[in-house]
Design a protein around this ligand. Structure first.
Ligand SMILES: [Fe+2]
Length: 298
């Protein structure tokens, strides 16, 4: 079925895309694709259908998976180059390409003291890179019985609904994104000199064009430091105001995790954050994360 023919069938609930069943699960983003075993190889037609669904729905959930790290890596690499990570684990070593996102302390017990607060702030993954990530993939190993959702804000929808006055203010502006400033913005321990040297500040347009669909979306988040060429506080004021506007509840999809699901989202048109709204010292929340490298924003 052609994507352009989708709307009528979508209202009926289930649509075939080549080999895929796609069920919309959110108004601003989100679709579930049951019936695919991601541990098995699949053809380019299925990969292309997944990418088309990602461009349309931005957040894809593949329920009932059973994946090793190697299988998750192989799935990730079907969509591009896999990313390393700048952050460090408890023991100070860089994360491997499949790294564990969890609330477990070094002894494996749930803890309410997170290793980093950065995930609780709206962001687009790795926007502090000159070439940020295309998509992030999380595979749910353990999830709490309630809470612990991830929220996604649709930056294209939010951009479309900005008042013309605000669009005029931000037109043509560029934002400096910085790992060092991100650590300050999120009340984390300061970045190490080694991290600062490895991740110098980069500049991206404040309004980003999606390379596949041509749609425009706001591109900011906790890694944003200031507006290039503008007085610091004036730029920060615009970033705060814009963040409030684009993260209104009507632009947000909240994803409640299910054990054994794999979720893939498009960092080119979404911001996201973890909610942390469960007793973190009681229930484990463990997800395996991989990231696909993207292209330079424009
Ligand atoms: Fe993230």
């Amino acid at each position: 079925m052609n994507l352009a023919d989708r709307s009528d069938a979508s209202a009926a609930g289930v649509v075939q895309h080549v080999a895929l069943n796609i069920r919309r699960i959110g108004r601003v983003a989100g679709a579930e694709i049951p019936g695919l075993d991601l541990s098995k190889p699949f053809g380019d037609d299925v990969r292309d259908a997944i990418l088309a669904a990602l461009n349309e729905h931005h957040v894809l959930s593949f329920p009932d998976q059973n994946l090793t790290d190697e299988e998750q890596t192989a799935f990730t690499m079907r969509f591009g180059e896999i990313e390393g990570h700048v952050a460090h684990d408890h023991d100070g070593k860089p994360f491997p390409v499949v790294h564990v996102v969890s609330n477990l302390d070094p002894s494996g017990k749930p803890t309410a003291t997170p290793r980093s607060h950065g995930n609780y702030f709206w962001h687009s993954d790795k926007s502090y890179h000159d070439i940020p990530s295309l998509a992030t993939i999380l595979y749910a190993i353990e999830v709490p019985p309630y809470g612990g959702a991830t929220q996604f804000a649709n930056m294209q929808m939010a951009y479309d609904e900005l008042l013309p006055e605000m669009k005029e203010i931000i037109e043509g502006l560029n934002v400096v994104h910085s790992w060092e400033q991100s650590r300050r913005n999120s009340m984390n321990k300061p970045a190490t000199q080694e991290q600062i040297d490895a991740r110098p500040p980069v500049t991206h347009p404040i309004v980003r064009t999606h390379p596949d669909t041509g749609k425009k979306g706001v591109y900011i988040g906790v890694h944003a430091s200031h507006i290039d060429g503008m007085e610091w506080h004036e730029g920060r004021e615009i970033l705060y105001r814009l963040t409030d506007l684009v993260t209104q509840p009507r632009f947000i999809y909240t994803h409640e995790w299910k054990k054994n699901e794999l979720v893939m989202w498009d960092n080119r048109c979404l911001m996201h954050r973890a909610t942390g709204d469960f007793p973190q010292d009681v229930y484990p929340r463990v997800l395996h994360r991989t990231v696909i490298r993207g292209t330079k924003p424009y």
